[in-house]
Design a protein around this ligand. Sequence first.
Ligand code: ATP
Ligand code: ATP
Lengths: 215, 215
Amino acid sequence: MKEFVVIGLGRFGSSVATNLCRMGHEVLGIDLNEERVQRLSNILTHTVIGDATDEDLMKSLGVRNFDVAVVSIGEDMQASILATIIIKDIGVPYIVAKALNDLHGKVLEKIGADRVVYPEREMGQRIANNLVSTNILDYIELSPEYSIMEIIATKKLTGKTLGQLNLRALYGINVIALKRDKHINASPGANDMIQVDDILIVMGKRDVLENLKSK
Amino acid sequence: MKEFVVIGLGRFGSSVATNLCRMGHEVLGIDLNEERVQRLSNILTHTVIGDATDEDLMKSLGVRNFDVAVVSIGEDMQASILATIIIKDIGVPYIVAKALNDLHGKVLEKIGADRVVYPEREMGQRIANNLVSTNILDYIELSPEYSIMEIIATKKLTGKTLGQLNLRALYGINVIALKRDKHINASPGANDMIQVDDILIVMGKRDVLENLKSK
Ligand SMILES: Nc1ncnc2c1ncn2[C@@H]1O[C@H](COP(=O)(O)OP(=O)(O)OP(=O)(O)O)[C@@H](O)[C@H]1O
Ligand SMILES: Nc1ncnc2c1ncn2[C@@H]1O[C@H](COP(=O)(O)OP(=O)(O)OP(=O)(O)O)[C@@H](O)[C@H]1O
């Protein structure tokens, strides 16, 4: 199990911290704001009300023993940058930092952040993708050309068997699983019939999949 | 091609808007803030400097003809709620709204938002998942039990063929694709050998996959 320190318990930071705890990891949460710390004090492993730009404080907390640090200070760019470089100097091996904009992100990379996150921007892209393909619930981009997507059964797919649809031979599309209610059929066969509200997990070339979902 | 209206061009809203344009759709962007509108005026189809809580303005913009509205007003909860109900009354068929917190989200759902987004919270969960499984690059949650994951080849996997690893027989894991550099092998076979830095796209029960990546 890894040990994480999350600095800045705003909406992003508190979500990272609580999810890490839920998955069984140890999390130290640090924030200037007493109320935000209190709200998480029974959920996280440890919480501290403090200033992450205070180098002595960070050393005294034994931050150097942590595997990963997440710096999720929002509006105060200077604090975000200082906290990051302090943690880098202390020697935490992997640092994730949230950036407000590209320039902030560049600075964070140069001073030692291993990964820079733009939560609003990245979610904006995901939502745009979801909206454009309203029945693609989620997707993995395997390469510029191939994707895995979840597709809600369209009218044209419903009521036919996978054998009848013959997607692999016709379009090179591999139906790798069928989801019905919460049940997963991980070895779909030629006789499986697509029902209303089924979710097909499909793999294939992206433009072909885009055509499929709009049929 | 669908027509979208995006209200509130902060980091989330501008990302949704620019990504929708990049995918070839028409986007009208509305914001109170002149500078934010100017920044996008050459990128989006149309931009308007205005107040989305002004019902006459929204009607005059022909918002009722849009397929999807995205309300991405941040801090001003009241404006976010008012803009949403105005758009609902006008008759836009699908409304996405960004919420600051759960209560705000509940209100938005009750007044007509079809989807409520919590960008920072949702990104926090994704980042937590990425951090916990450092070689799981992305995953689809098929059900509480099954997942599709991308896994970087671990030492134990490298240098063996898929036939030797025998993952399906041993663990019920289906290797559905292999990614090497940017090239996708979408029909991996028993003789394919796993190389350093290969990415395996695998499907199976989540706890089994978690074990696999730590081998
Ligand atoms: N020097 C500091 N030391 C510790 N915590 C800090 C420091 N400066 C700011 N913070 C904390 O960082 C948190 C996140 O910052 P802020 O709320 O400004 O960002 P935000 O972009 O609104 O965050 P989010 O989008 O995650 O909600 C706040 O709870 C704030 O108290
Ligand atoms: N009544 C309104 N009509 C139109 N735009 C508005 C209105 N009220 C606020 N906005 C705009 O909404 C945008 C997003 O709001 P704000 O910046 O407060 O949220 P945020 O949470 O910081 O956003 P993000 O996280 O997306 O950057 C701002 O550009 C603001 O000008």
